[in-house]
Design a protein around this ligand. Structure first.
Ligand code: INI
Length: 148
């Protein structure tokens, strides 16, 4: 399938986000997509994901955007602001551009919960994000075909 993926991944909590990225890219390769079809952009933190996703969406070069990040609760309320900005920002881009924006951003209470979700006992959210992206690509394509 001739699809173009963009992956926006944040570097904050990089040991976790590297694993999310690795899982997502491996799954896309497993499903037959080549590296030429996957553009990867790194941003400092989850807060920077939505603007990057918006610029990618506006470029009209991509069929789906996968957002990967890890927000882990600390001692202050900062966590809540970061979670709110990244989740609402991603949703806004998806609805504004009619483009699937996959929310592969972990929001966890601690590092153990995050590790559990990158290949531990709670599965792999990077792999799941890639699966969701492929599902949405197919769904959007079939809806577009129906409308022709
Ligand atoms: N960014 C994250 O991606 N994860 C976090 O856990 C996090 N915490 O906890 O602070 C975080 N903060 C940085 C934020 O995303 C921005 O990069 C920063 O506020 C500058 O805009």
């Amino acid at each position: 399938m001739n699809a173009k993926f963009a992956i926006v991944v944040s570097e904050f909590n990089q040991t976790i986000t590297d694993k999310l990225l690795e899982g997502a890219v491996s799954r896309l390769h497993q499903c037959g997509f080549s590296s030429d079809q996957i553009k990867i952009l790194k941003v400092p933190g989850a807060v920077e994901i939505p603007l990057t996703a918006k610029l990618l969406a506006a470029s009209k070069k991509y069929d789906v955007i996968i957002c990967l990040g890890a927000v882990i609760r600390g001692d202050t309320s900062h966590y809540d602001y970061v979670c709110q900005q990244v989740s609402q920002g991603c949703q806004q881009v998806m609805l504004e551009f009619n483009l699937p924006v996959i929310f592969g951003v972990l929001t966890t209470e601690n590092e153990v919960q995050a590790e559990d979700r990158v290949g531990g006992k709670e599965g792999h959210k990077g792999v799941e994000a890639a699966d969701t992206a492929i599902h949405m690509l197919n769904l959007v394509k079939s809806l577009a075909d129906e409308m022709i």
